[in-house]
Design a protein around this ligand. Structure first.
Ligand SMILES: [Zn+2]
Length: 340
């Protein structure tokens, strides 16, 4: 059982179940789909995530408290295990395997339901599920120089039975589907990642197998620092002030993976438009008070620029801009916000 018990099920939101999953590379003819699921699921840098336990013993909670903060030594996020009634992250200890929603998907889950579950607890599984929480995917679904050649029959046979009892679609989604490279912040395949499942050699055709990785790898740590910069020096300055109606602000993505943050104040309720212009292919997310995600967009504007048009109540809002291609993309753009 040691080889099959450490698997988890990345919950996807119900509305994604009924649509083709454009963030996945499903080996479709005509090239990869253009969308940005996993990048779109990253938290705004410096977000404070409140965490509430829905059940569990003191000892179970302690294991989470002990190991989860390893991520925030690298990622510029804050985990507060304060059982806040409005906590964005809710942890259950049910006999339901180990799983987590990925990144900001947690915000779409009803407040009385878990966003993460621990059917068992140890350092490795806590780090793995909290990796999903900050937006990481399974390493075996990393398309970059991936050395795994699955013995699909063996994998299907193992995972169809207990304790997983996965149906064929779940096995396909969790094991064989790979991501589009442009969706990911990860680089090379990392056999030491805590996000790699452990599995035996009999599951592959080329001798590849994986031991349980119970600690963060160097790549895991540098991923977290790159995606959520500022914890250990470097970037992490506050958002740039954007004035409504004041014309466009010139900016650029200078480094691959860079995140630009803007804030603006909506003084009146109304319909606001936030958009970029220029040659750079960007992704935009709009956050409201308490880091709630209001909207996100990839290509609604001119060329491949994002544009968000939405009704806002008075308050402070934050706009996050990233390049569509976080592994290589840089370029200039301008950004403006208006009310109609
Ligand atoms: Zn997982």
């Amino acid at each position: 059982m040691a080889t099959t018990d450490k698997v988890c099920f990345d919950r996807i939101l119900p509305n994604e179940v009924y649509r083709p999953h454009p963030g996945r590379m499903l080996m479709l003819p005509g090239g990869p789909a253009r969308a940005a699921f996993e990048i779109a699921k990253l938290w705004q840098n410096q977000t404070t995530l409140h965490i509430r336990f829905l059940n569990g013993s003191a000892q179970q909670k302690q294991i989470v408290r002990q190991f989860a903060p390893q991520w925030t030594e690298h990622a510029n996020l804050t985990f507060v295990l304060d059982d806040a009634p409005t906590a964005q992250i809710r942890i259950a200890f049910n006999d339901d395997g180990a799983w987590s929603y990925i990144g900001t998907d947690a915000l779409g889950i009803p407040a009385n339901q878990p966003t993460m579950n621990f059917g068992w607890q140890d350092e490795g599984v806590v780090l793995h599920e909290f990796g999903h929480l900050i937006g990481m995917i399974h390493e075996h679904q990393n398309p970059s120089a991936n050395p795994i050649q699955w013995n699909k029959q063996a994998v299907i046979q193992a995972l169809s039975g207990p304790p997983n009892n996965w149906d064929p679609a779940t096995i396909q989604h969790n094991m064989f589907d790979k991501y589009d490279l442009t969706q990911l912040n990860g680089s090379e395949f990392d056999p030491a990642s805590v996000m790699l499942y452990s599995f035996p050699q009999t599951w592959t055709l080329n001798g590849f197998h994986s031991e349980a990785n119970d600690v963060l790898s160097q790549v895991d740590m540098s991923f977290a620092e790159k995606v959520y910069p500022g914890r250990n020096g470097g970037a992490g300055t506050g958002p740039v002030e954007l004035s409504v109606f004041e014309g466009a602000l010139e900016a650029d993505i200078g480094q691959p993976g860079e995140e630009d943050l803007y804030k603006f104040t909506a003084r009146k309720a109304g319909r606001y438009t936030i958009e970029t212009e220029g040659p750079t292919d960007l992704i935009m997310k709009l956050f409201g008070p308490n880091s709630t995600l209001i909207a996100q967009d990839d290509d609604s504007g001119i060329d491949r620029n994002p544009r968000i048009v939405t009704q806002l109540t008075p308050g402070e809002y934050t706009v996050q801009i990233r390049h569509y291609n976080t592994t290589a993309g840089t370029g200039t753009y301008s950004i403006k916000v208006g009310r109609s």
